[in-house]
Design a protein around this ligand. Structure first.
Ligand SMILES: [Zn+2]
Ligand SMILES: [Zn+2]
Length: 394
């Protein structure tokens, strides 16, 4: 049969050998390039960390742990606010885009003041640079078009894609982050359009009447179209952004006041600044929080956005002397507990070396940005409420 071919058997073996050899060379090239990118990325990362070290308010301490949630970030009124829940991959406001925010997949923006939104293009660009999944960014509906224009301008300047998924939410509207997690915007009272966010856990539980049935019986009911579960939602985290204390009295905001953790602003803490001064700027004074004390059903309240006029110890002493029922469950985020943690190991699945290898398999040998859709349903598995272990990559 071979003799009828244009090629002899020996020639065919030679061609197969050459083909395998070329594949091998391409593979070696690919692995080397991936390693190179990883090294570059690590070099950039450590350089960024060094840069951060020179920033005066950057400290080495890790964040704080409240009610089973590690919390990181930093916040000074008028300068920079970014609050991170790494176990949920969520950041509230982006500030100037601290390094640690880049590995968060969901970003909620409370309003358009620069100390809350200034780092937004940097956040998206840096995730693109590392071939991380395009982030989902939720903004007040009133500023969505402005944010779109902002990205258009940056695309025109740096000719990058700046891939992201931008969602505009009105007060009262919800967005499903993933199967077990959703968010709702709530009204806040600031000097420009603003809103806070409540993040809810969503769990599906078996109805009482079906408890005790065998697996097969439950399966049979399910197949026959019977609704065998009910949904339990619970407000886990609320974040206010900048607001006057009026949000506390708003009856539509009860979920923010019964969230497990409430992160709220308290720009002023002493008598040198009055409640009226705070209201003039659309902010809250600590004394108002004391006056509303019985409204808060939260397990913990984390106060942020203190004015730069205060030293950390002044803030801590004001908060630690709060009377019951606030005493013991109100915390202050000051420079004592914000940190510049490096990326954690679970970020690595997003990062460039894996992106390169995946692209090689799916679309050829060209390095491209993430192929994945920004669809939030593709977010990593694992229970929201299991404590995530943060492991340092060096
Ligand atoms: Zn602010
Ligand atoms: Zn503001």
């Amino acid at each position: 049969m071979w003799s009828s071919s244009r090629y002899s058997e020996v020639e065919i073996y030679i061609y197969i050998y050459i083909y395998i050899y070329i594949i091998f060379l391409i593979f070696i090239f690919l692995v080397e390039r991936s390693a190179y990118h990883l090294m570059e990325m690590e070099r950039e990362d450590s350089k960024s960390r060094e840069d951060l070290d020179s920033v005066p308010y950057s400290k080495k301490q890790k964040g704080i742990d409240i009610e089973g949630y590690p919390i990181e970030g930093l916040s000074i009124g008028g300068q920079e606010t970014c609050i991170i829940f790494p176990s949920l991959k969520i950041a509230f406001d982006i500030g100037r885009c601290p390094q640690r925010a880049i590995s968060q997949e969901f970003l909620f923006i409370s309003h358009g003041h620069m100390d809350h939104i200034g780092g937004l293009p940097m956040y998206v660009a840096t995730r693109g640079l590392y071939s991380m999944r395009p982030p989902t960014i939720i903004v007040p509906r009133a500023i969505k078009e402005h944010v779109e224009k902002l990205f258009e301008v940056h695309r025109a300047m740096d000719q990058s894609e700046l891939k992201h998924n931008l969602i505009g939410l009105n007060v009262g509207e919800e967005f499903q982050l993933r199967k077990d997690l959703k968010v709702r915007a709530f009204k806040t009272y600031h000097v420009i359009p603003s809103q806070g966010y409540v993040v809810y856990s969503v769990r599906h539980k078996l109805k009482q009447e079906y408890i005790g049935l065998s697996g097969n019986e439950i399966k049979g009911l399910k197949l026959s179209g019977v609704e065998i579960t009910y949904t339990v939602t619970f407000p886990e985290i609320a974040f206010t952004g900048d607001t006057m204390s009026d949000f506390i009295a708003d009856p539509d905001n009860v979920d923010a006041l019964r969230a497990r953790i409430l992160v709220m602003e308290s720009t002023f803490v002493d008598n040198a600044m009055t409640v009226e001064n705070a209201r003039d700027y659309g902010h809250t004074h600590l004394s108002e929080i004391v006056n509303y004390a019985d409204k808060f059903e939260n397990k913990a309240i984390l106060l942020i956005h203190f004015s730069a006029r205060y030293q950390a110890d002044e803030i801590q002493s004001a908060v630690s002397s709060l009377p019951p029922p606030l005493s013991g469950r109100v915390f202050a985020l000051t420079e004592e507990n914000w940190g510049d943690l490096p990326s954690s190991v679970d970020d690595s699945e997003d990062m460039v070396v894996y992106g390169v290898l995946r692209d090689a398999v799916s679309v050829g040998w060209i390095l491209s940005h993430s192929e994945e859709s920004p669809n939030s349903s593709s977010i990593s598995s694992g229970s929201v409420f299991s404590d995530s272990t943060v492991v340092t990559v060096k």
